[in-house]
Design a binder for this molecule. Structure first.
Ligand code: SF4
Ligand code: SF4
Ligand code: SF4
Length: 459
């Protein structure tokens, strides 16, 4: 027996956390087990007294048989994920319009709404294809998708009906700026099975209003926060989760902790709310040029503030599979994932909308999908050259295929400590840890990877 190569360990004086990114297990062992866990990992062959612990660690994949081939296991899982084994995964843009003008937005906000013809084409496509997939997963995206709420409702009802007739599970997420997400709109969205919400709040009023002004330049912070607080108060129960996403720039670093304190007044220890902190990135477009000097390069600058927020009772959304196989593999690398624009064009990547390589075909008005020569290029991307990287099971060398296609080389935002950083956040907040464990168990019961990944975020 030996310790797995893919164990990651984070230890404090109160506990030792062990994560294995191939078996996808994460366990926080209590203080009294610290010594035994450490010694078993160092030398699993010794006849340890605590046989129960040894067998538990073996069951979790922290120690493995000498001849067990972990590489083969994770490569098989990655192949399955990249193939067509998951749900039919459609990101639908019902409109390109948006009521905001964020300083980093890469979209051009043309006034293009989806018409009934494109809606019918999507319905016809799903009707003819759904039998091949274990289920249907929809992501509402834009522009601001809530500017086209009626289209979302009408399309959702038809897609839900198809899934019911074919006895396939249906799930839906939405990415929105939250301005139109009143409790009444939230109620309407829940009726059409939208369960996961990602709403962006870019820090305290000063930075949020600077980064995310309304179309006429006015402030948006108060409306968005009030919507979230009202939803929290009016919907204490039920199956939904809201991720408050924050896109950090240089100017926000000094207010990250006060921002966490502010959020904790309303959302601490609430199982429906979690946080996702990312850096503003350059995804093309002109606007980003005005804030180039404010862009940050390294996620780790947020580590201390994330830990602080976590200790205040604000759970971070940690993609279960970011600590497991394929968690950071972009959905653009998978064959079951399509983005549909309001005019029925098909894309692979939700950023860089205007890059020619991103256009992979179109849906005709009968719902037939016509893929062009770009489609296969997305699956021939040269993977990251770092074959020794211990994090490789999480990305398969395909962390951002668009980056590799555009620049010919993979720019990886992760480093050797990234997984340990995520483990720290998980370990320090009991709710985050419990949520993660719960999702992991759900995922292991689920027979397909796509469903499991819906519990996580896309990078
Ligand atoms: S809310 Fe989204 S789509 Fe609208 S301007 Fe901001 S980033 Fe762009
Ligand atoms: S360096 Fe980054 S992209 Fe390359 S294998 Fe490691 S995690 Fe993946
Ligand atoms: S990770 Fe890269 S390929 Fe994937 S959506 Fe983001 S920019 Fe596009």
């Amino acid at each position: 027996m030996k310790a797995s190569r893919y164990n990651f360990i984070y230890e404090t004086e109160n506990y030792i956390s062990v994560c294995n990114i191939v078996s996808e297990e994460f366990i926080r062992f209590p203080e009294e087990k610290i010594d035994s866990v450490r010694r078993i990992l160092n030398d699993p062959e010794v006849n340890w007294n605590d046989l129960e612990l040894v067998s538990y660690m073996q069951e979790k994949g922290f120690i493995i048989d000498d001849d067990y081939d972990e590489e083969k296991t994770y490569l098989k899982m990655l192949d399955r994920y990249k193939g067509n084994a998951g749900h039919l995964d459609l990101t639908i843009m019902p409109t390109l319009q948006c009521n905001f003008r964020c300083i980093y937005c890469y979209e051009s906000h043309e006034i293009i709404d989806m018409d009934l013809e494109t809606e019918d084409a999507i319905v016809a496509y799903v009707k003819s294809e759904i039998r091949k997939y274990p289920g249907l997963s929809i992501e509402w995206f834009g522009g601001e998708p809530l500017c086209a709420l009626e289209r979302i409702e009408s399309l959702s009802r038809k897609l839900i009906r198809i899934c019911e007739e074919n006895k396939k599970p249906y799930m839906a997420n939405i990415t929105s700026n939250g301005y139109l997400l009143s409790p009444e709109v939230f109620r309407r969205l829940r009726r059409i099975k939208v369960q996961h919400y990602q709403i962006t709040v870019d820090g305290l009023p000063e930075t949020h209003n600077f980064q995310k002004p309304f179309i006429d330049g006015s402030d948006t912070f108060e409306t968005v926060i009030l919507n979230l607080i009202n939803i929290k108060n009016q919907y204490p129960k039920g199956m939904y989760d809201i991720t408050i996403r924050t896109n950090f720039t240089q100017q926000m670093l000094s207010t990250a902790k006060p921002f966490a304190k502010y959020l904790s007044q309303y959302f601490a220890d609430n199982p429906h709310f979690n946080l996702l902190w990312r850096l503003v990135g350059n995804f093309g477009g002109e606007r980003i040029n005005s804030i180039r000097n404010l862009l940050l390069k390294d996620l780790s600058v947020l580590n201390e503030a994330r830990l602080f927020a976590s200790k205040l009772g604000l759970p971070f959304k940690i993609n279960r599979t970011c600590l497991g196989v394929a968690g950071t593999l972009c959905y653009a690398s998978t064959r079951n994932s399509y983005i549909i624009t309001p005019t029925g064009q098909l894309l692979k990547c939700t950023s860089f909308l205007d890059e020619p390589i991103n256009n992979v075909g179109f849906l005709d008005d009968k719902g037939n999908m016509h893929l062009n020569e770009n489609w296969e290029m997305w699956f021939q991307v040269e993977p990251c050259a770092n074959k020794q990287c211990k994090n490789r099971p999480t990305c398969g060398g395909m962390i951002c295929p668009m980056g590799s296609l555009k620049e010919g080389t993979c720019k990886c935002p992760w480093d050797d400590n990234s997984i340990i950083d995520e483990m720290k956040i998980l370990s320090e907040n009991s709710m985050t840890y419990e949520c993660y464990r719960h999702r992991t168990e759900l995922g292991k019961k689920s027979s397909n990877l796509e469903e499991r990944n819906k519990h996580g975020d896309k990078l």
